[in-house]
Design a protein around this ligand. Structure first.
Ligand code: C2E
Ligand code: CA
Ligand code: CA
Length: 261
């Protein structure tokens, strides 16, 4: 069953990529400045609906992103998301000049896709300031620090594009990465936020990472903030950016524009 389902989803993804990305969509989740309590940007999150005949099935990113990576389709699909997100960023900057957009990039795009060229292309196409784009990668994405990854990282730096380490704390050598890698933002994984105020380890972890980050001039973003209680704890910790259902869920472009412009 699983094998057949995987085959059906891969066929639908391939079909969509070849037909103008029909079925793909981008949702946007606000990122809020914790001190100012103001919208400063959004994370672009890929969505996919599988259309077969009359039926449409929404597939979770947890299911389709690994399939896009396995098949290399993440390269064209990632390029599509990048373009859509940069377009929205350009529109919103007419109203919020410093608005930024965070985009997830996977290792496959770096190894085989020349994603840095794609990023520079959209910056030019939409006349964005380079620091309007933040690239998010999970630690597993750059575990090896290969020459190709280092070249990518250097290209971002030279072009003043921010680099965010995503899902921080879930990798196997997180602290080592902070030391080795030039970073702009550390995004602490939501599993540590879920138990804030309930579990000493989570409290101590978030506090320790924030203090360490502040010492080395790196900003911290926390994601997965859902409750008043979590928000109150975070506000006291010197954290810069917040993302989570507490403010808003990821939403389609129309809702985002209606609500935030
Ligand atoms: P991520 O980059 O860690 O994205 C954050 C995920 O947390 C999103 O799940 C978002 O909907 C969810 N989230 C946000 N706030 C809350 C909250 O308060 N509580 C809880 N429980 N969850 C929250 P989503 O959209 O299902 O995306 C899952 C993953 O798929 C992303 O995790 C990212 O790794 C990957 N992904 C999504 N879009 C792209 C893309 O364009 N390219 C690549 N390479 N990966 C993507
Ligand atoms: Ca992310
Ligand atoms: Ca994350």
């Amino acid at each position: 069953e699983l094998f057949l389902r995987k085959g059906r989803i891969v066929a639908a993804l391939r079909n969509s990529v070849m037909n103008g990305f029909k079925g793909f969509d981008v949702h946007y989740q606000p990122i809020v400045d914790c001190g100012l309590e103001q919208l400063i940007g959004a994370e672009a999150l890929m969505r996919f609906s599988m259309i077969s005949g009359e039926d449409t099935e929404v597939i979770s990113p947890m299911e389709f992103i690994p399939l896009l990576e396995e098949t290399g389709l993440i390269i064209p699909a990632g390029r599509y998301i990048l373009d859509e997100a940069a377009k929205l960023c350009c529109e919103i900057q007419q109203y919020i000049p410093d608005f930024r957009i965070n985009i997830n990039v996977s290792y496959v795009q770096i190894m085989h896709g020349n994603v840095e060229r794609d990023i520079l292309d959209v910056i030019k196409r939409y006349a964005l300031k380079p620091d309007s784009i933040c690239i998010e990668m999970t630690e597993s994405g750059f575990m090896d620090m290969t020459p190709v990854f280092c070249k990518f990282r250097k290209a971002l730096d030279e072009n003043h594009i921010s680099f965010v380490i995503d899902d921080f704390g879930t990798g196997y050598s997180s602290l080592n990465h902070i030391r080795e890698m030039p970073l702009d933002i550390i995004k602490i994984d939501k599993c540590f936020i879920e138990h804030l105020g309930e579990d000493d380890f989570s409290d101590a972890f978030v506090k320790m990472v924030t203090e360490l980050a502040n010492t080395i001039g790196v900003h911290v973003c926390v994601e997965g903030v859902e409750t008043d209680r979590q928000y109150a704890i975070i506000k006291k910790m010197g954290i810069y950016y917040i993302q989570g259902y507490f403010f808003d869920k990821p939403m389609c472009i129309e809702s985002f524009e209606e609500k935030y412009i």
